[in-house]
Design a protein around this ligand. Structure first.
Ligand SMILES: [Zn+2]
Length: 130
């Protein structure tokens, strides 16, 4: 089955000398070279798993403008395994980042940090505007 494309944001943190994405609510670090994996089988009646919005517009509607211009990382994820579809997005058993966004409202420093994180996760950086 083809992975589902989701859209989400992360915080980030330094751990063991490198930068990692972190989930907002759980604080979990996302591994660099293997998928993020739910600790559970993610059945339909559960709430476990990795969440993402179904479009970039929904992600941006959810996030305040200050966040979009700020230091959170936003981007795309491939999601697979047990995947559940909701009104505004998806919940999946496995997820891996596939692109990060930068925009002209961000400072050069923020863009550099996101660039380093993109190298760690081996994904491209997409400029949203120019
Ligand atoms: Zn579960």
């Amino acid at each position: 089955m083809e992975p589902v494309r989701g859209y989400r944001s992360w915080e980030w943190g330094a751990f063991d000398g490198t930068l990692f994405l972190r989930s907002h609510f759980t604080g979990d670090y996302w591994p660099h070279s293997s998928p993020m994996e739910s600790k559970c089988a993610c059945k339909k009646e559960h709430s476990c798993g990795i969440y993402a919005w179904s479009s970039g517009e929904k992600l941006n509607d959810y996030l305040p403008m200050a966040i979009i211009a700020g230091l959170w990382v936003r981007g795309e994820v491939d999601m697979w395994g047990e995947v559940h579809f909701h009104e505004h997005g998806y919940r999946a058993q496995f997820a891996k980042p596939s692109a990060f966004y930068v925009n002209s409202q961000q400072t050069e420093r923020t863009k550099r940090v996101i660039g380093v994180i993109a190298l760690q996760y081996d994904v491209p950086v997409v400029q949203e505007d120019s």
